[in-house]
Design a binder for this molecule. Structure first.
Ligand code: SF4
Length: 376
């Protein structure tokens, strides 16, 4: 395990709430955004004495690209002062196509951001409208080209399947449109109707693809992207060779990360905790790291074993039995003999040499498989 950490920075602002979104984000004025950047700077400064090294940074949200170029530069300067940042660190910023232009993208690149994650979701304007996205496909295309011109050579595009009214045909059109741009990475998640969102309230009026259609879209995605040279390395993530997301891999392989900002989660020295989700509390405590920590949970060895399995099994390469034994001092077989054998008999798990991984059928019912790795 590397001792270099991942840093996640939460920017909880959006122009307008999308109809399916339950993330911690809301519209805010420019002034409110600036004040928040000041709190973030305080929190980053509070880490200075720890001497932590980092090799990935991920600005997520919300809409981090709503920040001004100056604010992004300020935050990056602050991070370089408080953390030792690897020279080849992967530094990602999530961008909504409507909130960037050529100048901002150039400033971002100049500040050290070297990976962009565009929230596109669909290339079909009708579907974007239904989701309540603020951009259309044409604006995404412009932003994508502007990002290439600004020097970004590592771009992810987020896509969403199972949108109401979406058909296998329109999903395929979205995939092909995006493939014509050749991004380095594609994330393709299915829409989940989360309680409290506008779409959840209206679900009775929506025409949603049924489970079978959804599975067919999933398999078609894998097929089309594989033909185009993208490797599926995680249940919902595809990348060209050497462009996997190093930051997200930290989550899936149990590495340490520091969450900065409102509500952000951290995992340090076997302890999971998160920052307050209320701005009043965050602003009050942002200078004092121990006061900021909420719901600290020291992971027991059992919990670490569970996470090792169900996070690692999200990866197509699965988990390594050798790594398990090195980390926990006991063979994986000794802890999970029954689970491993029964799922292999059912054709949901496969073992090849040192690795254990989900089969395609296992991926279809992955949540059930993961649940069986709980040790309580
Ligand atoms: S842009 Fe992203 S974070 Fe903001 S409301 Fe839409 S889905 Fe949520």
């Amino acid at each position: 395990m590397t001792d270099k950490k991942g840093i996640y920075i939460h920017i909880p602002f959006c122009v307008k709430k999308c109809k399916y979104c339950d993330f911690l984000s809301a519209p805010a004025s420019e002034e409110e955004r600036e004040v928040y950047v000041g709190y973030l700077q305080e929190e980053i400064r509070a880490y200075k004495d720890y001497g932590f090294c980092a090799d990935t940074i991920f600005f997520g949200g919300g809409t981090p690209s709503l920040l001004s170029a100056e604010a992004i530069e300020k935050l990056m300067r602050e991070i370089r002062t408080s953390f030792c940042l690897e020279s080849k660190a992967e530094i990602t910023m999530e961008c909504n196509p409507e909130t960037v232009d050529k100048d901002k993208l150039s400033a971002m690149r100049g500040a050290g951001i070297n990976r962009i994650s565009f929230g596109l979701q669909s290339a079909i304007d009708r579907e974007l409208e239904l989701l309540g996205r603020i951009h259309n496909y044409k604006r995404f295309l412009e932003a994508y080209r502007e990002a290439r011109c600004a020097g970004f050579d590592n771009i992810n595009v987020d896509l969403m399947s199972a949108i109401p009214g979406q058909t296998e045909d329109t999903w395929e059109r979205t995939l092909k449109e995006v493939l014509s741009l050749q991004p380095e990475h594609i994330s393709a998640y299915s829409l989940i109707l989360e309680e409290g969102t506008l779409l959840y309230e209206k679900q009775e009026e929506l025409v949603l693809p049924d489970e079978e259609e959804e599975r067919r879209m999933y398999y078609r995605t894998k097929e089309i992207l594989a033909q185009a040279g993208y490797v599926r390395y995680e249940i919902s993530n595809y990348a060209k060779a050497s462009f996997t997301c190093r930051h997200n891999l930290k989550y899936w392989t149990g590495q340490e990360y520091i969450g900065l900002g409102l509500g952000a989660s951290s995992y340090l020295s076997g302890v999971r905790f998160h920052n307050p989700s209320l701005m009043g509390e965050y602003s009050r405590d942002c200078m004092n790291l121990s006061a900021l920590r909420r719901e600290e949970q020291k992971l027991s060895v059992k919990m670490q074993m569970e996470e090792f399995c169900f996070l690692g099994l999200r990866l197509t390469e699965g988990v390594s039995k050798k790594d398990f034994e090195e980390r926990f001092g006991v063979p994986m077989q000794a802890v999970y003999k029954d689970v491993l054998e029964s799922f292999q008999r059912l054709g949901l798990l496969e073992e090849q040499g040192d690795r254990v991984f989900l089969t395609d059928r296992g991926i279809d019912v992955s949540n059930q498989v993961f649940a069986a790795f709980l040790l309580v």
